[in-house]
Design a binder for this molecule. Structure first.
Ligand SMILES: [Mg+2]
Length: 208
């Protein structure tokens, strides 16, 4: 039986597309200014992946120059989102579960904190961990291990919920922790995740 959930934030609790245009407009503008330094494929991939993966990962994956990377980091380091935000409708079904919850999210500390505030979800979690690649070498995998240790949990007590096969899902699989790949658009054909589904309402069935 599961006694605790670990949730990802971006594209798991709310859709990044709902704030992406506004939030990433300066970064997209910067990318278009540096268009010549990027191949067509890298430019197109970066425009999409910026909504799904941490900036540093996109920069590496799409071969951003050092200058473009530094300028992008400078833009996002101090960014925050102050507009209204709504969780996914089916997040409510997870929120209502009487189970300990942890939030583990990768990104810029100030920005992640502003999103948590605008979503009004801080009270849902026993503890919130922001893995900021600018300030720590730690990964989600490290944080999952801290949670197990610090809260006296067993791996089988936990279920990790996230949308990114390369991030929290991979970390959970490598540690032998059960995980649910939330894939509302049916983006992934194959997954190493223990469970997968298109709705967060399915989580409830996985706790026993
Ligand atoms: Mg995510």
């Amino acid at each position: 039986m599961k006694t605790a959930l670990i949730l990802d934030l971006d594209n798991t609790i709310y859709p990044v597309t709902s704030i992406g245009d506004k939030l990433f407009a300066p970064v997209l503008e910067l990318m278009s200014e540096h268009r010549q330094s990027l191949s067509d494929a890298d430019y197109e991939t970066a425009k999409k992946e910026i909504l799904r993966k941490p900036f540093q990962k996109v920069a590496e994956m799409c071969h951003f120059s050092e200058e473009l990377t530094e300028k992008g980091l400078a833009l996002l380091r101090n960014a925050s989102y102050e507009g209204p935000m709504q969780p996914f409708e089916d997040y409510q079904s997870v929120r209502e579960l009487d189970i300990i919850k942890f939030l583990v999210t990768t990104g810029f500390t100030k920005l992640q904190n502003s999103k948590i505030r605008q979503l009004g979800i801080a009270g849902d979690f026993r503890k919130i961990y922001i893995v900021d690649p600018e300030t720590t070498e730690q990964t989600k995998k490290d944080i999952f291990q801290f949670i197990v240790k610090d809260f006296g949990l067993k791996k089988e007590d936990l279920l990790v919920i996230g949308d990114d096969p390369d991030s929290e899902i991979q970390a959970a699989v490598s540690l032998g922790i059960d995980c649910f790949l939330f894939d509302p658009e049916g983006r992934y054909d194959e997954t190493a995740a223990t469970f997968r589904g298109t709705s967060l309402t399915q989580v409830k069935e996985l706790l026993f």
